[in-house]
Design a protein around this ligand. Structure first.
Ligand SMILES: [Zn+2]
Length: 269
């Protein structure tokens, strides 16, 4: 049994402001970076204890160089930095057969009040809608898992995202470490977060076969950019169209084509 783990930072226990997620602000960043490593490590330990033979971790925040590899269990492989393919935060998922996907440190979508750092991929958009739903990085990456037939077994991060994940995939195991209110968060104790994540990972391994991602027959994405010139320029992506000056729309029946659209229109500068 092999697990793929995509690790973000804006849903790590206690994280509240942007400098805590930025390498250039070491006084703020270092404690959260250590906690990110501890949470990822706990999820890996739980998976290995429950029978996984290998866990492949994608460090999926900002530089992709946040997790301290030496602190992870020996059977873990770590993908650092960015390969530059449309799978993005899920790079490598299609290289091998995986039995489950874990998401740790994940966060609410652009415009959601459940996390002061809520966003979808970057700060250039006000919101992203997918088939009429507010779209998080989690939803994008969950559909990527579904596209390759891999169940989504574990989600840890803020409460708003965990609640959404449960709605999408009722059997998914979640650990809500933070609850946002306006510009602040209430967090559980960081050691409690680590313990709960390790236990949740064991449970997630057991329930993984029940956690298939329900895949829609077709996809319609709308990205509302902050600035109209960005939307104008991005609307020239093949098949895309511009709506109300700031919103770029794209439809496809093939999720990989939506990922390719995201790669050039949503994620790229
Ligand atoms: Zn991030």
């Amino acid at each position: 049994m092999k697990i793929f783990l995509s690790a973000d930072m804006e849903g790590i226990c206690g994280v509240t402001v942007w400098p805590e997620t930025e390498r250039t602000a070491p006084m703020d960043y270092t404690p959260i970076q250590k906690q990110m490593t501890l949470e990822v490590s706990a999820a890996c330990r739980g998976a290995l204890a429950a029978g996984a033979e290998e866990v492949v971790v994608k460090d999926a925040h900002d530089s992709g160089r946040n997790i301290d590899p030496a602190q992870l269990p020996r059977k873990v492989k770590l993908h650092r930095a960015w390969s530059g393919d449309p799978l993005s935060m899920m790079t490598g998922l299609n290289d091998d057969h995986y039995d489950g996907v874990f998401f740790t440190g994940y966060h609410a979508w652009a415009g959601c009040p459940g996390n002061p750092l809520s966003h979808t991929m970057n700060g250039r958009n006000n919101r992203v809608r997918l088939n009429g739903m507010d779209c998080s990085e989690f939803l994008i990456n969950a559909y990527t898992a579904g596209y390759y037939g891999v169940p989504v077994a574990l989600v840890t991060g803020d409460k708003a995202l965990c609640d959404f994940a449960k709605q999408l995939i009722p059997a998914v195991t979640t650990v809500a470490v933070n609850e946002g209110r306006g510009g602040g968060v209430t967090a559980i104790h960081p050691e409690e977060a680590v313990e709960r994540i390790e236990e949740a990972a064991k449970e997630a391994i057991k329930n993984a076969p029940l956690c298939a991602v329900p895949m829609p027959d077709s996809f319609h994405m709308e990205i509302e950019f902050v600035k109209h010139p960005v939307a104008y320029s991005k609307s020239f992506y093949p098949g895309a169209c511009l709506k109300e000056d700031k919103t770029v729309c794209f439809s496809s029946k093939d999720w990989y084509e939506v990922l390719r659209f995201c790669h050039f229109v949503l994620s790229d500068g």
